[in-house]
Design a protein around this ligand. Structure first.
Ligand code: ADP
Ligand code: ADP
Length: 229
């Protein structure tokens, strides 16, 4: 059984934009998967199917072998956490600490567990010193870390990151690479991300999907995808 699988997944937005066309995608436990391709290739649209934010026009999405339904949507969203490209969309609280606590509180966890998860997330992202700050006044890179910490505090098994390296300075990128690489080893997590930084893909991913105009043009290990003549 795969953690996430799409079968001939097709998504047509209102009107007639065919954003995904028969996409077959598989994510296994502890995998690091990069989805690459130009703007408009369908990467974000694909990600939004992983936790039921969008519904397939045709084809299907299986999470732990089960289709996403009204009944299991909450469980699916606990299992698959998505950090979107624009961190402002996910920041809602007056302080960083409260912002990160929002997800775990929503899951109905007790106060002590929430506090513990917030600490862990602050530490993992290296943002302990930002805890009292107002998220809206942080830099883009700091906001990004807060957004990732907030999703991480819900302890998803699968972490999906839409363009996590966009707008980061070189140190920020390096920290992110280190962070992503720890998740499968230390926490048994699966990481799926899109990026334009092709130079980083070899360091950050075991498996790559190449998308263009809604289709998967190729997939394979880093060696397979980049070694083509
Ligand atoms: P990527 O993440 O690879 O840049 P997207 O999934 O964002 O690609 O977009 C795929 C296609 O779907 C593009 O043509 C885009 O303009 C279109 N699209 C994305 N979101 C919407 C939307 N909410 N309504 C209509 N079209 C959309
Ligand atoms: P509704 O439209 O039914 O209110 P939402 O899509 O707003 O549903 O969210 C339902 C649940 O999923 C909420 O508990 C919310 O916190 C959670 N959720 C929303 N977005 C994400 C995400 N990107 N990753 C993980 N969980 C999310």
């Amino acid at each position: 059984m795969h953690l996430i699988e799409t079968r001939e997944l097709t998504h047509v937005y209102r009107g007639s934009i065919r954003a995904l066309e028969s996409v077959n995608f598989i994510a296994e436990r502890k995998a690091r998967i990069a989805v690459i391709g130009p703007n408009g290739a369908g990467k974000s649209t694909l990600f939004k199917h992983f936790n039921g934010i969008l519904k397939p026009t045709s084809g299907g999405v299986l999470v732990r072998g089960e289709p996403i339904t009204k009944e299991n949507l909450r469980e699916v969203r606990k299992f698959v956490g998505i950090v979107f490209q624009n961190p402002d969309d996910q920041i809602i609280s007056p302080t960083v600490e409260q912002d990160i606590a929002f997800g775990p509180i929503n899951l109905g966890l007790d106060e002590e567990t929430v506090a513990h998860r917030v600490e862990e997330a602050l530490r993992l992202l290296g943002i302990e010193d930002l805890r009292e700050r107002a998220p809206h006044h942080l830099s883009g890179g700091e906001k990004k870390r807060v957004a990732i910490a907030g999703i991480l505090a819900m302890e998803p098994q699968v972490l999906v990151l839409d363009e996590p390296t966009a707008g980061l300075d070189p140190q920020g990128v390096e920290d992110l690479v280190t962070f992503i690489n720890r998740l499968p080893e230390d926490y048994g997590m699966t990481v799926i991300f899109s990026t334009h930084h092709l130079d980083l893909v070899a360091e950050m991913a075991d498996f790559i999907y190449v998308m263009d105009r809604g289709k998967v043009m190729g997939s394979g290990t880093v060696e397979e995808v980049f070694a083509r003549p």
